[in-house]
Design a protein around this ligand. Structure first.
Ligand SMILES: NC(=O)c1ccc[n+]([C@@H]2O[C@H](COP(=O)([O-])OP(=O)(O)OC[C@H]3O[C@@H](n4cnc5c(N)ncnc54)[C@H](OP(=O)(O)O)[C@@H]3O)[C@@H](O)[C@H]2O)c1
Length: 298
């Protein structure tokens, strides 16, 4: 049984990874501020290089999935020093510890490495050009990993959503559901397009890439590119909620500190072919999300 170390086990994706992999792998996890209710959890700040190396010697993982990041895009823009330390230096520590211990690294990156100006979809061959600080630090982290020449997978994903008991994060669709259930109006941007990604489906493809011994750069995201506004409408319709409460607004009305790429459509065919999996369309993903959401609420 391979030993898997999840960095960021207290996060949205890390928690899903733990839940999905605990029967087939010996799973260990790292959290920083929020201790999850899982077995084999280790408290660690990845910025502390010596502690990272010490933990790797103790756990001796075969695979490390690094999901850690400061991922609040506006927070990153306003706190560049902290973001650099965690997103770049933290990743460097993890990657160097992987190299020293001969384990594979699967690093989670983002569609925000692209500038969103291309009319058609982005493949792994397109040149990245981040337009906000979060995207810049994730791209530099990717380059740090590539320069180390260790066995790795970099997976660029987008707008994660899923329901789970293991964390208290509120992904976008859960926020929409909560607001509409309380009969509150929501204002959602109509001019930002991405590929929303169900965490379960992402985990399935990531693990398939590892088990098929693949390496390199992959876009791994939902199959459909839609605006946040359309996404909110699909969620409302699937949950039988009042779509009329969703009001379209434009990005410029929000005055956000960090710029957003307008349209990043990720072409996921390389990952689908390599992993022999199918990423979900938005309708299938939101339907699966409703089933997951109802199970969690039982
Ligand atoms: N969410 C999205 O829509 C999205 C989209 C594209 C790409 N991504 C990427 O996907 C990955 C997972 O995202 P997510 O939404 O699951 O993230 P998340 O829920 O915000 O979780 C982040 C995790 O990082 C950990 N962490 C932060 N600073 C740390 C430190 N100094 N040392 C150790 N652990 C630290 C947190 O631990 P504590 O909570 O215990 O402090 C938490 O477990 C990230 O790399 C992100 O860049 C996310």
């Amino acid at each position: 049984m391979d030993r898997l170390l999840i960095i960021g086990a207290s996060g949205l994706l890390g928690g899903k990874l733990y839940e999905s992999c605990s029967s087939d792998y010996e799973v260990h996890g790292i959290y920083n501020a929020h201790k999850p209710e899982f077995k084999n959890m280790h408290q660690l700040d990845v910025v502390k290089r010596d502690s990272v190396f010490k933990l790797f010697e103790e756990v001796k993982p075969d695979l490390v999935v690094d999901t850690h990041a400061v991922s609040n895009v506006d927070y990153c823009e306003l706190h560049p020093e902290e973001t650099w330390k965690i997103n770049v230096e933290g990743t460097k520590n993890v990657a160097e510890a992987c190299k020293m211990n001969g384990c594979k690294l699967l690093f989670i990156s983002t569609d925000y490495v692209y500038d969103g100006t291309k009319a058609s979809s982005y493949s792994e061959k397109d040149k990245p050009h981040p337009i906000n600080y979060y995207g810049k630090t994730k791209l530099i982290a990717e380059k740090v990993i590539e320069a180390l020449a260790l066995d790795h997978i970099i997976a660029r994903t987008a707008v994660l959503f899923g329901a789970s008991k293991s964390h208290d994060k509120t992904p976008f669709p859960i926020w929409i559901i909560n607001q509409l259930k309380d009969n509150k109006e929501v204002r959602v941007v109509i001019d930002q397009y991405n590929n929303p990604t169900l965490t379960d489906s992402l985990v399935h493809t990531l693990i398939a890439l590892y088990e098929k011994d693949k390496s390199g750069l992959f876009n791994v995201a939902g199959k459909t590119t839609i605006s946040r506004y359309e996404f909110a409408k699909i969620v409302a319709s699937e949950f039988g909620l009042n779509e009329g409460l969703i009001k379209p607004i434009t990005t410029s009305e929000l005055n956000q500190p960090a710029k957003r790429p307008q349209k990043v459509s990720l072409n996921v065919s390389k990952a689908e072919k390599a992993a022999k999996t199918k990423m979900l369309t938005i309708f299938d993903a939101v339907k699966a999300f409703r089933e997951e959401f109802e199970k969690v609420r039982e």
